[in-house]
Design a protein around this ligand. Structure first.
Ligand SMILES: [Zn+2]
Length: 265
């Protein structure tokens, strides 16, 4: 073990001692989370630390009769931590900077009415719709999820990760636009990102136009922002399927989330 690794490990353990998640409860909770099974012990330590930080800094707010237990709170924070733990830089700063544009997760027990009306833009596109949803993200506001659709489940070929989907929208919004393009890391290439995503988005829309059964959820074809959010769900829950359908998108998400779920699946 190099000196740097030793120092990093020491810093991590020091933070973990102050973590809000007691070890026994942590082990009991993650044993019920199939998404956690792919991570090794040092990755789990990082995820536990980050989940503790998320619980400290963000509010998880139950509504409409939702009953939050410690275990559910940890599951929610852990799902969030899985998404962003790769962002932690090697300088031992445990920053939640990537979550700076939201402060709370509102949790409904089941799918909720979004309370909006159907609205068409002047050029005829549906820009707001009335309906029942599992998750929602507002540009200025928190993340809304329903627990029935967000709780841990066996990994499916058709990914369903409501919280990760909504968090991906928030990451996308960090640069001021909701267009399927979050701020990229310095070692990433803007052109490669756009090429991969535009090509895949067009391909998915063409498949739908031809009446074909699509490999990933056709909802991704709604617009580039939804494509990025849905691709994020697949990247974590059904990475091989995303890689088979759109390898370039998988590669860009690997660089962005700084982890490779296929290698551990
Ligand atoms: Zn969405």
């Amino acid at each position: 073990m190099s000196l740097m690794t030793k120092i990093k490990r020491y810093a991590l353990l020091r933070h973990l001692r102050k973590s809000k998640i007691p070890l026994g409860l942590w082990h009991k909770t993650i044993a019920k989370m199939p998404l956690m099974q792919r991570y090794n012990s040092s990755e789990r330590m990082q995820i536990r630390l980050l989940a503790g930080e998320i619980l400290r800094c963000k509010a998880i707010v139950p509504v409409q009769g939702m009953r939050l237990t410690d275990e559910i709170r940890i599951m929610i924070a852990t799902q969030a931590a899985i998404l962003i733990f790769g962002f932690e830089s090697s300088d031992d700063t445990f920053s939640l900077d990537w979550l700076r544009n939201w402060n709370q997760i509102i949790v409904y027990p089941t799918a909720f009415r979004n309370g909006r009306e159907n609205l068409l833009s002047t050029d005829g596109f549906l820009v707001s719709w009335a309906g029942v949803e599992s998750g929602e993200t507002q540009y200025q506001g928190g993340i809304i999820i329903d627990w029935q659709d967000s709780q841990p489940h066996p990994l499916h070929a058709h990914a369903n990760q409501v919280l990760m989907h909504e968090m991906a929208h928030k990451l996308d919004m960090l640069d001021g636009y909701t267009n399927g393009h979050p701020p990229l890391h310095a070692n990433m290439n803007e052109k490669a990102w756009f090429e991969a995503f535009e090509e895949a988005f067009e391909d998915l829309n063409q498949q739908i136009d031809r009446g074909k059964v699509t490999i990933i959820n056709p909802y991704a074809a709604s617009n580039p922002a939804e494509f990025f959010a849905v691709a994020t769900e697949y990247f974590f829950e059904a990475p091989k399927r995303l890689h088979r359908a759109y390898p370039k998108v998988y590669q860009q998400l690997l660089l962005f989330y700084r982890q490779n779920p296929i290698s551990n699946s």
